[in-house]
Design a protein around this ligand. Structure first.
Ligand SMILES: Nc1nc2c(ncn2[C@@H]2O[C@H](COP(=O)(O)OP(=O)(O)OP(=O)(O)O)[C@@H](O)[C@H]2O)c(=O)[nH]1
Length: 354
């Protein structure tokens, strides 16, 4: 049965880790863009390019706002939408009035957009960017330069796009690997606290019901000993498959220990969860696994109570599962309702020969 889990979800939740990576990326891009661009405000002012200087002040102010809000509030000012807009406007206008000197800034701006915006938005923004820069170059430089600038800027965008796309794919794949159990494909514990907290918030804010079922195979050690570890693995895989077949798409199934599973059931009360738990035990015991391995499981059901934390909720379910085991296994026990304080047991499942 479940040994308790760390409550520090930020250090164990891969989705939060990816979010943290994105925040850091945005933070550093704005910080270094600010450091690079701030001196240009003075330079352009000294050259009497007051409009460009004003645009650069806006760019720096936006960068500062993003940096400060990310640092102190963990929020993303205007979701980074101003950076591309101001970068395009500044680079195009600077090229128009300063020639090649302005053009050099278009390259870092184009690649930065792919790390600041969602891929589709970055492609759209950069298409506009390259088009604007092509028009300015056409008007400002000889034709040969116009082609060179357009192609080199386009190529910079293409390389950045490929890199950002591959990093995004890698992030998704790593998140999937970090959040699922490779043997059964069920979720692992990494997001357990967040998902249970989500159900608790729905309970507290909107009065919605939610339950969890804990399921633990009986005498699984004997299966390993008698049929071998490989057969044990196959039983676990098949077990996950049988559970998944029965539950709803909105339910989430975790493998939280060697032969222990948890199913989170949104919009399901204790009574409904109890019925489901019985059906799940029947689906496990009714047919042998791998042709002739007879398996039973014990289960507990716990509806979340008002005001309880996820660890207290899980603790109640865990205690009820312990009771199911000590009462002879192959049965469902309803967890004590924290508010009522009564031990509402239900051992009505007909024992299955195993
Ligand atoms: N094949 C296989 N076995 C596993 C895996 N993870 C844990 N186990 C085994 O599961 C067994 C669990 O044993 P116990 O905790 O004693 O539980 P049990 O034998 O099911 O007994 P009860 O739960 O009390 O009914 C141990 O032998 C573990 O080695 C796994 O991924 N694959």
């Amino acid at each position: 049965m479940s040994a308790f889990i760390s409550t520090d979800s930020t250090s164990t939740n891969p989705t939060l880790a990816v979010l943290g990576f994105k925040h850091q990326l945005v933070y550093h891009l704005h910080l270094w863009a600010f450091i690079a661009v701030a001196p240009l405000v003075v330079v352009q002012w000294q050259h009497h390019h007051f409009l460009l200087s004003g645009m650069l002040i806006l760019f720096c102010a936006n960068a500062l706002a993003v940096i400060v809000l990310l640092r102190f509030r963990s929020t993303y000012f205007l979701k980074g939408r101003l950076f591309p807009l101001l970068a395009v406007a500044c680079a195009a206008y600077s090229t128009a009035i300063n020639g090649h000197v302005g053009l050099y800034w278009a390259y870092p701006a184009a690649s930065a957009l792919f790390f600041l915006l969602p891929l589709r938005e970055a492609i759209a923004s950069n298409t506009i960017f390259v088009t604007v820069m092509a028009v300015v170059s056409f008007m400002k430089f000889p034709e040969a330069d116009f082609w060179r600038i357009t192609f080199s800027l386009g190529l910079t965008c293409l390389f950045s796009m490929i890199f950002a796309w591959l990093v995004g794919k890698l992030q998704m794949e790593l998140t999937r690997l970090a959040t699922t159990d490779p043997l059964t494909g069920c979720l692992n514990r990494s997001q357990l606290a967040d998902i249970l907290n989500g159900q608790i918030q729905m309970r507290e804010r909107y009065g919605r019901v939610s339950s969890m079922v804990l399921l633990d195979l009986d005498y699984f050690k004997l299966i390993n000993d008698q049929w071998g570890h490989l057969a044990g693995d196959k039983v676990l895989k098949e077990m996950a498959l049988r559970l998944r077949k029965r539950i709803r798409e909105s339910d989430q199934i975790f493998r939280i220990g060697g032969e222990e599973f948890m199913i989170v059931l949104p919009e399901t009360n204790q009574h409904e969860g109890n019925l489901l738990a019985h059906q799940l035990l029947t689906s496990i015991s009714a047919r042998p696994f791998l042709e002739d391995i007879k398996v039973t499981a014990s289960a507990s059901i716990a509806e979340v109570s008002k005001g309880e934390t996820w660890s207290v909720w899980l603790n109640r379910a865990d205690q009820a599962l312990y009771d199911a085991k000590s009462r002879g296994r192959n049965q469902v026990v309803s967890a004590t309702n924290q508010a009522a304080g009564d031990q509402n047991t239900d051992t009505s499942l007909t024992p299955v020969a195993g």
